[in-house]
Design a protein. Structure first.
Length: 78
């Protein structure tokens, strides 16, 4: 998944280093960074919620807290 605002974040960062940003651009940059962090956190949580932990013997040792979260997410889909 790509994050649409990433291009603009990088553009503003380059401009900040080279010539500086206006107050409006600084505000935009801060807002875009917050959106970016939310998107990344969502991706990480989404990935983590699908994990299954297996020990060397092949036994499922997924932590109970993760298992409960997975069950809750599955019930939301149905």
């Amino acid at each position: 998944m790509t994050i649409p605002s990433l291009h603009r974040i990088n553009e503003l960062s380059r401009k900040q280093k080279n010539e500086g940003l206006t107050q409006a651009e600084q505000d935009e940059q801060q807002q875009l960074r917050q959106e970016y962090l939310l998107a990344i956190r969502g991706q990480v949580l989404s990935t983590m919620s699908t994990l299954k932990v297996v020990d060397p013997n092949g036994d499922d040792v997924t932590p109970e807290k993760l298992r409960i979260t997975q069950q809750q997410n599955a019930s939301k889909l149905h």
